[in-house]
Structure formats: C-alpha cells, structure tokens
Design a protein around this ligand. Structure first.
Ligand code: ADP
Length: 264
C-alpha cells in the first residue's frame, strides 16, 4: 500500500507558556496541517492569543516570558537560538484584529516588507504590489490611488490592505487574531471570501468567538479551556464538523462566555 506521510506545517509538542513566571498555557500538543484553515476557540483569558503569538514568537515581545516544550515549523524548532526571527515572521505572518497600517501610501504599505527583504527593480516591485493587492481582492478599489495615504481607506479596506501587505512577502502561514472584530457584515463577507480564496495556498489560523464563522471557514478547530488552576489547555483539536457535532452550539457559546467552562 502506498502510504504518503503528510508533514504538518506546524507541530506543537508539549508546549507551555509563562508570563513573569506565571503559567498561562500547559502541555499543548497538536499537528497543524498544511493549506488548511484552523479556528481557535475557547473562553476569554484561556491563552488563545498567547498561543497564536507563540507560533511566530511575537510573544517574545511581551516582556519576561518562558516556554516549555517546542514548536516546529516544517520540522525546525522555532525556539532554537539560531532561528532568524525576521524570516520566521515573514513565513508565519500575523494579521491583527485592528488594521495596523503605516502612515504611508497604499503602495508603500504593501511594498514595505518586500523592500526589507532586499532591493528590487521598480517594475518588479510594482508587480509584487499589484499581485498582492489582487490576491487580497482590493486591487480594483485602489488601483487608481496607489500613492494616496492608506489611512484614507475605509476600515474594511484597511483590513484587506493589511492582508495584501502580509501576502506580498509570500508567507506560508497566516495568523489572524479576531480578524473581523469591528467590521460590518459586508466587510466580514469580503474577508471570509478572501480567506476562502487563499485556502488552497496557505495555512490560516484564526481566533474567533463566532461559531457560525468557524463552521463556515475552518477545516479544523482547536478548543482551549482552563484547568482547575486557571491555566489554559487544549481540550480538543479535531475537524470542525466533529467539534461542532460533539458540543452543541449552545454549550460552546457557554464555554466561550462563562467559567467553569468544561465538565465531563
Ligand atoms: P485569550 O486570548 O484566550 O483571551 P490571552 O492569551 O490573551 O487569552 O491571555 C491568557 C492569560 O495571560 C490571561 O490570564 C492574561 O491576563 C495573561 N496575559 C496575556 N498577555 C499578558 C502579558 N503581556 N503579560 C502578562 N500576562 C498576560
């Protein structure tokens, strides 16, 4: 029989996390497959953002931290000392819940990260910017005002511009922390359509409190919880279908909004 072993994009092994010697995540293990969409759900404060930030070591910027276990990106432990953090954060790129644009033109926002990697001739840079804006489905809206300030765009457009900026440096994984917070339903629909289009090329990991959104988008869902010491843990990582079938919508909503969340 022909067995093909699929290498996970990210492999998390017995991962624990401390802020100022205070443990907030304990013993998280999961294999995140390539080119899939993964939702992270669970009650507030159970470590979802911390976990997301740990996947590209943005959590290093949070002050005194400590970790246990390891996180591998295509087999390489990202917590090794020799890891190139700039490269890692290009490969595993974060998109925040609020658009974080630079006070620069639309063009320069998208070109920013690309320029940091190295010099490119102008026509090549133009092409990278255009392709990223097209991939983020915002090209038609901005193609005639590329040199206007990005801050003049609407909120939903700014969020798609952030996605274009992330895509321009060709990441393999995108991390999204409550991407649709503060967006109106039409802007949310556009972002969800965009995520659908990116599905075949990227691994996308997003935090959401919206179960409908999770069921629409996510192939797999990671359900976090607290243990009795109020430390975040992974309760289950499985197909979204399985998670949603196992816990009713009502009970998941309950996990997300009240404490204690789980009893079995
Ligand atoms: P969630 O995303 O599930 O709401 P977080 O990862 O934001 O959870 O937080 C997990 C725990 O870590 C919380 O108790 C929170 O107060 C704490 N925490 C988060 N960020 C920091 C930080 N920079 N310094 C100290 N504690 C933090």
């Amino acid at each position: 029989m022909n067995m093909i072993k699929i290498i996970p994009a990210i492999s998390v092994k017995n991962f624990g996390f401390y802020y100022n010697q205070q443990k907030v995540l304990d013993n998280v293990s999961m294999d995140i497959p390539q080119n899939k969409i993964i939702a992270i759900i669970g009650p507030s404060g159970c470590g979802k953002s911390t976990f997301l930030k740990s996947l590209n070591r943005m959590s290093d910027l949070e002050g005194e931290i400590q970790i246990e276990g390891k996180i591998e990106f295509f087999g390489q432990n990202i917590y090794e000392r020799r890891i190139n953090l700039n490269r890692l954060r290009r490969q595993i790129s974060t998109i925040y819940s609020k658009p974080h644009l630079f006070p620069l033109s639309i063009y320069d926002n998208v070109a920013y990260g690309v320029k940091l990697i190295g010099w490119r001739p102008k026509p090549e840079l133009d092409e990278v910017v255009e392709l990223a804006l097209k991939a983020a489905d915002i090209w038609e809206e901005v193609k005639n005002k590329l040199h206007k300030s990005a801050l003049e765009l609407g909120y939903g457009e700014q969020q798609r511009l952030c996605i274009a900026r992330a895509l321009a440096v060709k990441p393999q994984v995108i991390l999204m922390d409550e991407l649709c917070a503060g967006l109106d339903p039409i802007a949310i629909m556009k972002i969800e359509e965009l995520i659908e289009c990116l599905r075949s090329e990227l691994t996308i990991i997003f935090i959401s409190h919206n179960m409908q959104q999770v069921s629409r988008l996510a192939d797999f869902t990671a359900l976090f919880q607290y243990n009795e010491n109020h430390i975040g843990q992974l309760r289950e990582f499985a197909s979204t279908k399985k998670i949603l079938a196992q816990y009713t919508d009502y009970s998941i909503r309950d996990y997300v909004t009240s404490y204690p969340r789980f009893s079995k």
